[in-house]
Design a protein around this ligand. Structure first.
Ligand code: 3EB
Length: 361
């Protein structure tokens, strides 16, 4: 399995034969990008989020080395090969965000149990107006105060983990949670048949142990998730050898948080530096499990969520300063789940990732 990153325009030019190996994708686009696919033969999270550099859209497409089956169940479009399932749930605005979120995650967990892909690598969560404050659902909590929507999302997500008998600490999936201007709740997910290894950050309290000041329920995610994909079909031709498992590292949305506190208020450059220090230590933790030098900061594919587009040049310059000039990143404009965070960076490492030249000029 590998991912490629390209614009919608390039995506639509790919041959059909290629598309039959696509597990799914996530695409970010400016509302004005008419090339953006609205209908695909594979599960596709279509996120309306401004792309700050280059093409008007940026798609991350996951491709299987074997054949892929496509299905739909309720609100979930999903696909799978013999060891990985990719799904997208698009939740219409039906009720309060907490209830919608709980329902969304319940449906996902139920599908994964049924299909036998219960080990979740990663969630991608996109919700409208993440920092907005509105009235919580009547049965949501023990008072009827207004609550920030990200905090409502956390209640619904945690309720679904509990109701599905999933652990709230320890081996949690990697994740990100970002705000969009429009749309409802979009959750994309990738899961497999065997356990993954959650990685935590020794500079940070685990998110699932954040104190109550960040909301009545803590967020259910790990700092990164290490996935070893042993593909029985990856036999070396005419020998008894099989390829060693592919190692994937999904680094969650990472921000300028040390302990549990936001650091460097109003300073996008210092927040970027702190965030990269967090990512670096997460990579070191992952390498303790799989071997020194397996993953390194310069080979990652980064996605950078920038709250204020005017901060982009400074954030990019700081990344160049730390990573060198040739790092690979897509920059998007998004609201981040704490109002004092100006930047959030996530990353993926895959040992067989292939990149087209185009997106990262
Ligand atoms: C943080 O470290 C920043 O709620 O799923 C990062 C990644 C963040 C995932 C989530 C939130 C989430 O707390 C915010």
């Amino acid at each position: 399995m590998y991912s490629i990153h390209l614009s919608s325009a390039s995506l639509s030019l790919q041959p059909d034969e290629w598309k039959n190996h696509v597990l799914g994708g996530i695409g970010f686009s400016n509302a004005s990008d008419t090339a953006h696919p609205k209908i695909t033969n594979f599960p596709f999270a279509d996120v309306e989020m401004p792309v700050l550099e280059g093409a008007a859209s940026a798609c991350e497409i996951w491709i299987s080395d074997s054949s892929v089956t496509y299905e739909q169940r309720g609100l979930i479009q999903y696909s799978y090969d013999e060891n990985t399932l990719f799904g997208v749930l698009l939740m219409p605005q039906t009720s309060a965000l907490e209830q919608m979120t709980e329902s969304a995650f319940m449906q996902i967990f139920s599908l994964l149990e049924t299909c036998g892909y219960r080990y979740i690598f990663r969630f991608w969560n996109y919700l409208a107006d993440i920092n907005g404050v509105d009235a919580i659902g009547s049965d949501g909590a023990d008072n009827d105060e207004a609550l920030e929507r990200y905090r409502q999302f956390n209640i619904g997500r945690q309720n679904a983990f509990v109701a599905s008998g999933r652990e709230l600490t320890g081996n949690l999936p990697a994740a990100c949670a970002l705000g969009t201007a429009n749309g409802s709740l979009t959750v994309a997910f990738m899961a497999g048949r065997s356990p993954t290894l959650a990685i935590e950050n020794p500079r940070q309290i685990s998110a699932y142990q954040y104190p109550q000041q960040y909301g009545p329920r803590s967020p259910s995610f790990s700092r990164a998730n290490l996935v070893l994909l042993s593909d029985g079909t990856q036999k070396v031709a005419d020998t008894d050898q099989t390829l060693s498992p592919q190692k994937l590292l999904f680094i969650s949305g990472t921000a300028s948080i040390v302990g549990h506190e936001t650091k460097h208020h109003l300073d996008a450059v210092a927040q970027t530096r702190e965030t990269l220090a967090n990512i670096e230590i997460v990579i070191q933790e992952a390498n303790k499990k799989v071997g020194l030098g397996e993953f390194n900061m310069t080979d990652l594919l980064y996605r950078v969520y920038v709250r204020h587009p005017t901060d982009l040049p400074a954030i990019r310059a700081e990344m160049e300063h730390v990573l060198g000039r040739s790092f690979k990143a897509v920059f998007l404009q998004a609201d981040i789940c704490r109002t004092d965070l100006l930047v959030e960076i996530e990353a993926t490492a895959a040992s067989t990732i292939r990149l087209p030249e185009e997106q990262y000029a």
